[in-house]
Design a protein. Structure first.
Length: 115
């Protein structure tokens, strides 16, 4: 059974930093990433990374966020720097199973950036 466990969310002032972690278990994954959903908005991609380390970022977070992957631990990290109030959202980890292509989701972790 696939499980994704996220940690690292919280409350931070604008300009501050947070680091999110997501540990995946139960399968081998081709790609892992982070999405976010703010109140009243659709879930959107933040960043994704594949097993080779190739990554991509949404425009609003480029230069501020860094995604990394520890393949041995099936753990994906999101280092978030220079946080802005508009980064406030629930952040969801996703992991795409290598063989089936099924996308699995974590439970979400709240990130709140105060101005």
């Amino acid at each position: 059974q696939v499980q994704l466990v996220e940690s690292g969310g919280g409350l931070v002032q604008a300009g501050g930093s947070l680091r999110l972690s997501c540990v995946a278990s139960g399968s081998i994954f081709s790609t892992m990433g982070w999405h976010r959903q703010a109140p009243g908005k659709q879930r959107e991609l933040v960043a994704a990374i594949d097993r080779r380390g190739s990554s991509n970022y949404a425009e609003p977070v480029k230069g501020r966020f860094t995604i990394s992957l520890d393949n041995a631990k099936n753990t994906v990290y999101l280092q978030m720097n220079s946080l802005k109030p508009e980064d406030t959202a629930v952040y969801y980890c996703n992991a795409d199973a290598l063989l089936s292509g099924v996308r699995h989701w974590g439970q979400g972790t709240q990130v709140t950036v105060s101005s």
